[in-house]
Design a protein around this ligand. Structure first.
Ligand code: FES
Length: 106
């Protein structure tokens, strides 16, 4: 299992575990993490799963693909560490990943 820590806008940390291959969005939804909606089910078309990858992890993820970048831009998620959780597939390389959540996705 892969351990992930979500830190909400009030700096409250919640640590969960997910199976390899699960998307970060699905791990959040499965564990009722407030702040991640995942309205489109992971098809990179709603931008309700925006997170900020912790700076300690930012360089360890592959760069977003063009469609994800376009969605982030449309959502005005302009931090260089902004990502769509649904586009991050969990693997053992990401064990211990920490991400920060916005107050709202809307
Ligand atoms: S769940 Fe819709 S863009 Fe990520």
């Amino acid at each position: 299992m892969i351990t992930i820590t979500f830190i909400d806008h009030q700096r409250q940390a919640t640590t969960v575990q997910a199976a390899p291959g699960t998307s970060l969005m699905q791990a959040a939804v499965d564990n009722s993490i407030a702040g991640i909606v995942g309205e489109c089910g992971g098809f990179c078309s709603c931008a309700t799963c925006v997170c900020q990858v912790d700076p300690a992890w930012a360089g360890r993820l592959s760069a977003p693909e063009a469609m994800e970048s376009a969605m982030l831009e449309s959502a005005a998620a302009d931090s260089p560490n902004s990502r769509l959780c649904c586009q991050i597939a969990l693997s053992s390389d990401l064990d211990g990943l920490t991400v920060h959540l916005p107050e709202s996705q809307f």
